[in-house]
Write a protein that binds this ligand. Structure first.
Ligand code: MGD
Ligand code: MGD
Ligand code: SF4
Ligand code: MO
Length: 674
């Protein structure tokens, strides 16, 4: 056996963005290991990716183009050549554009791969076609919007500095499953004496690594943050010198007044469910810490008041002047977008006119209700909307439409691919070239294929080029290979890359970005705490704002959350990982009192329902979840669930800012399955 060794990067939607070392024996990947020379991930991988060769060479890989021979959803296909598949797609698209205009076509893509080239490959083509545009805001745009309102374009703090923290607050993040390498750094900090607090709605698995667990009422983190601020203000724990120098003084004073007048610990406790003494103690501990580091996840911001909640949290590091101290601050996303300007690749200028924008969170509505023109074709790439979108009932009704022409570019026959008219075969990241930046650390890395694309699979970008050629598009953007685009992208100047070694980057070595640390990238050059136009009352206005009748009918707040052995809907091809899941079938975790009230027991198959639909789940009765909350771990396929999943219970409602999903903000009721 003659092994060749290659460097690569994990492409999944995970803040860690691990560096990989790949062993190849004659076009067969035999091992995937962590890259010990990667400064953030240091040779460690999660259990999903440490045997990625099993995914690359999985039996279920789609290796040729396919056309549907069964009914939609059934997943019966026959192989065809690329030429036939492409001719069929182009013929249908030309007819649709001629009859209804480009907006009748909608590209649907998201985070199956995070590589900048493959993830953004489809934009130029669909801009050129004049298609409808997708707003991809299924993940954390409300969090991003809240950050932007307060911190502008300022990058987040460096997660590697958390080892210097003496207080770490994991706020609505399931780090054991979702941010493993950061959690390892938190463990180091803890060994050095840091106090670790977990603030969540349930005792999730990361609680094992915390000294203190604070359970908050879903949606009321803003009330908790303002309660803490009221204590800081009342007990003279605010860093006035920092405020005077770095913060919008009037805005802060306004928020402080509101906090003191309306959010004293007693009132905050009533709202957020954390007792007043704990709020006060947490505030004092925060103020007295030398280096308090807050790491937030996604859960608290996938709610109607998502952006407002982050704004309230961001008042805390400003109040105590944490930002200027090593190992302190608040990390939501590292904000490395400035490292690579994608405009020359995405080519928004190719749009003949500004076409309509459709939210990925409202895909079901778009496919079933939109007119002028109705959506007549979708092109799905690195996304599995049938499994991951809210309002799943509408999504599946839409995908089942006989007159919807659906093209899916995929590695596996996913729930979405099963509804396709045409499936095109996609490679894994080990078969393509790309450039990776992370949203959870500050490393940038370029990759080249470790093996050739398996079977007839073609990368997202090569597929776009194939389609562009067949459509007669001759623009230069479509002429260049992925590597040529990467060369051009990294040749552009960027402040974050100013100190990086271009040669190392070119050779696939992970390189460190250096974000500016000396200023606030806001319009005023100061941290902007309380936007005068959207006053602090906003924090509570939208928290759990449903009427009493709805609360009575649907008493449980549903919290979907990732599973350690899945990455969103990915990895269902892996029997070894399914065996490791906490449950092979979808479960719902509830408190013993909730089960008892409904005469339900642990292990029962139950129906979870609300006005949107019904999903069958296996009940797990546990003290880890407080009354009033129901936790659904992991994304399961329709086949695994035996029908609709909990996504059918999630509404298409959007967040206060950023058009984000409201996955954490849905109510349900349970009954025994008959
Ligand atoms: N119930 C529930 N629903 C959720 C969530 C949850 O926690 N629970 N999380 C939500 C969140 S936060 C997110 S971000 C979304 C994620 O939603 P998605 O981004 O849709 O989910 P993934 O499973 O990461 O990726 C989708 C597909 O991309 C394919 N893929 C991977 N690489 C490539 C490639 O190079 N080319 C092509 N063409 N395809 C590729 C994979 O095979 C996979 O089927 O899900 C959301 N939905
Ligand atoms: N293993 C694995 N890793 C993943 C993923 C995966 O599917 N599997 N998905 C990836 C993706 S796309 C994303 S976006 C991230 C998400 O990673 P996380 O942010 O860690 O996960 P979430 O489930 O979005 O939210 C974390 C916690 O927020 C809690 N929560 C919900 N509502 C509230 C609230 O009102 N207040 C508070 N305080 N907590 C609340 C949830 O109960 C949950 O425990 O993980 C990424 N990494
Ligand atoms: S999923 Fe996350 S932790 Fe696992 S290998 Fe990929 S980047 Fe690393
Ligand atoms: Mo996400």
């Amino acid at each position: 056996m003659t092994l060749t060794v290659h460097r690569s990067v994990c492409p999944h939607d995970c803040p860690d963005c691990c560096g990989l070392v790949v062993d190849v024996d004659q076009e067969r990947v035999v091992a995937v290991r962590g890259d010990p020379e990667h400064g953030f991930t240091r040779g460690v991988l999660c259990p999903k990716v440490s045997h990625y060769e099993r995914t690359v060479h999985a039996e279920g890989r789609v290796l040729t183009p396919l056309v549907r021979v069964g009914t939609k959803g059934e997943g019966r296909f026959a192989p065809v050549s690329w030429d036939e598949a492409v001719a069929h797609v182009v013929e249908r698209w030309r007819a649709i554009v001629a009859a209804s205009g480009g907006e009748a076509i909608l590209p649907v893509s998201y985070a199956g791969t995070m590589g900048l080239i493959q993830r953004n490959a489809t934009h130029a083509l669909f801009h050129k076609l004049g298609a409808s545009r997708l707003d991809r805001g299924i993940c954390t745009p409300a969090q991003d919007a809240g950050w932007k309102q307060v911190m502008g374009d300022t990058p987040g703090p460096d997660p590697e500095e958390v080892v210097h923290a003496d207080l770490v607050i994991l706020w609505g993040i399931n780090a054991l499953a979702t941010n493993l390498h950061f959690l390892n750094l938190v463990k180091t900090a803890r060994r050095r004496g840091a106090h670790v607090v977990l603030i969540d709605t349930w005792r999730q698995p990361s609680a094992a690594f915390a000294d203190q667990v604070v359970l908050v009422r879903p949606g009321f983190d803003g009330a908790l943050a303002l309660g803490m601020l009221a204590v800081l203000a009342g007990e003279a724990l605010i860093d006035r010198a920092f405020i005077a120098e770095h913060v919008d003084v009037e805005g802060f004073a306004a928020l402080e007044r509101v906090a003191r007048a309306e959010h004293d610990p007693a009132r905050a406790a009533e709202r957020c469910g954390v007792d007043a003494a704990t709020i006060a103690e947490l505030a004092r501990r925060y103020a007295r810490a030398r280096a308090p580091f807050i790491r937030v996840g996604g859960g608290p911001f996938r709610a109607a008041n998502g952006a407002a909640v982050l704004r309230a949290m961001l008042a805390l590091p400003a109040a105590v002047g944490a930002w200027r101290r090593r190992g302190a601050g608040l990390l939501a996303s590292t904000g490395t977008g400035g490292a690579v300007n994608l405009a020359p690749f995405v080519r928004e200028d190719l749009l003949p006119r500004p076409t309509r924008v459709i939210s990925l969170n409202q895909l079901g509505h778009a496919l079933t209700a939109l007119r002028d023109p109705p959506v007549q074709s979708i092109y799905v790439s690195h996304c599995n909307p049938a499994a991951v979108c809210p309002d799943q009932g509408a999504v599946l009704r839409g995908l089942a439409r006989a007159d919807l022409f659906t093209v899916v570019h995929e590695r596996f026959l996913t729930d979405t691919a099963n509804y396709a008219d045409v499936v095109l075969p996609a490679p894994t990241m080990l078969e393509t070239a790309d450039l990776y930046r992370s949203y959870g650390q500050f490393w940038l890395q370029r990759t080249r294929p470790a093996i050739a694309p398996l079977g007839e699979s073609r990368s997202n970008w090569d597929t776009v080029r194939t389609l562009a050629r067949a459509l007669g598009f001759t623009d230069e953007v479509f002429q260049r290979s992925a590597d040529e685009h990467i060369d051009a992208l990294v040749a552009q100047p960027s402040a974050l890359r100013a100190a990086t070694d271009a040669d190392a980057l070119a050779h696939g070595v992970p390189v460190r970005l250096t974000p500016p640390r000396d200023r606030w990238l806001t319009p005023t050059g100061r941290i902007r705490i309380a936007p005068t136009d959207e006053q602090p009352a906003f924090v509570l206005a939208a928290a759990d704002d449903v009427d009493d009748e709805t609360k009575r009918r649907y008493p449980l707040r549903l919290h979907p959350t990732p599973a350690l052995h899945r990455l969103n809907s990915s990895f269902s091809e892996r029997a070894d990982l399914i065996d490791k899941l906490r449950a092979p079938r979808p479960t719902l975790r509830v408190h013993p009192s909730e089960a008892a009230q409904r005469a339900l027991s642990d292990g029962d198959t139950v129906v979870a329902f609300n006005e949107l639909g019904e999903a069958r789940v296996v009940l797990v009765v546990t003290d880890d979840v407080p009354p009033g909350v129901a936790v659904a771990e992991g994304v399961y396929s329709l086949a695994e669930a035996g029908g609709p999943t909990v996504n059918t219970l999630m509404s298409k409602r959007l967040t206060d800012f950023g058009m984000g999903s409201t996955f954490s903000d849905n109510r349900i009721e349970l009954r025994a399955a008959t």
